[in-house]
Design a protein around this ligand. Structure first.
Ligand SMILES: [Fe+2]
Length: 306
């Protein structure tokens, strides 16, 4: 045999872990699991709090058409939510604003709901506070409960606007209020309704209620855009604020209809001289939680232009 002969290496088994050494490691694992469970519980509590805590957003908009202030409370997208028994907390917040008009811009009931009694009693209770105008959202359009809910609203005196306009005098000011019903209507019918609002007496305040905010400016395929009509203010919903709102921005994360980072998620917008207030809504549909996006009651004070 050539070369150096190597001595065999003795393989020694590592020293066995003593029960005293294994115990701290097991304890650390339990502490880590406990911290993770506590963080998860805190996150769930935060989400429940965010979903149930109403936020009041106030806007003041001026118009040369007005000589007196008019206050509008704007609600939208209740879906399956309820704020206190019989929506007591929601009604208290609305009552506290002493509105001249209350509007509801669609998705009053979720399409998967099997009972519309909460929505029905809310609309009835709102009519005891102020005149109420309502437009349909995409969920009612697919709800078997809607025909009965619609009739209950009409019986309660709600103005259910289905591509039609109503003239109301609010605090002595003339308003023409148009409402779109865009899910089951011919394009021409929607266009005619928008034209009727646009052509209402010029001295009237022209208010449009429309569930879908992206139609303010539309896209290259749009058959109509709200900003092409003589409208003073559009009130809209549908987006739920993007459900997760990015802190320190006016941006929501996601919309089931338009995907990530939608153009319109909540707040005040303007296009071609037409202003739009987009409510973040009260409830949720597919995605069941809101983060940094509390259910919203919008209160708009329209003032004379100084
Ligand atoms: Fe909607």
């Amino acid at each position: 045999m050539t070369g150096q002969q190597r001595a065999p290496i003795a393989l020694e088994a590592p020293p066995a872990e003593t029960p005293q050494a294994a115990r701290p490691r097991g304890r650390r694992r339990w502490i880590l699991l406990g911290v993770l469970a506590a963080l998860l519980a805190l996150f769930v509590l935060y989400c429940v709090h965010e979903n149930l805590t109403l936020e009041l957003s106030r806007y003041t908009l001026s118009s040369p058409k007005l000589t007196q202030e008019v206050k509008i409370v704007h609600l939208s997208d209740l879906h399956k939510s309820e704020f206190g028994e019989g929506n007591a907390r929601l009604l208290e917040m609305v009552r506290g604003e002493s509105p001249d008009l209350i509007v509801f811009t669609g998705d009053l009931v979720d399409r998967r709901a099997t009972d519309a009694s909460v929505a029905e009693s809310l609309m009835r209770d709102l009519t005891a506070i102020a005149p109420v105008c309502y437009v349909q959202g995409n969920h009612e359009a697919h709800s078997a409960l809607y025909p009965a809910l619609r009739q209950a609203m009409l019986d309660a005196g709600v103005h259910v606007l289905e591509n039609e306009c109503v003239e109301l005098t609010l605090n002595g000011q003339a308003f023409t209020i148009g409402g779109t019903e865009e899910m089951n209507s011919y394009i021409e019918t929607i266009q005619e309704n928008l034209a009727a609002l646009s052509d209402a007496p010029a001295e009237n305040y022209h208010l449009l209620l429309a569930h879908f905010p992206d139609r303010l400016t539309g896209n290259s395929q749009s058959k109509y855009r709200y900003c092409d009509y003589d409208i003073d203010l559009v009130l809209s919903g549908h987006m739920h604020g993007g459900q997760i709102r990015i802190p320190f921005t006016n941006q929501g994360l996601f919309s089931p209809s338009t995907g990530f980072f939608p153009q319109y998620t909540g707040g005040l917008y303007e296009a071609n001289g037409v202003q739009m207030v987009l409510s973040r809504g009260l409830g949720n549909s597919i995605f069941p939680i809101r983060i940094n996006d509390r259910p919203e009651v919008v209160s708009i004070t329209l003032t004379p232009e100084s």
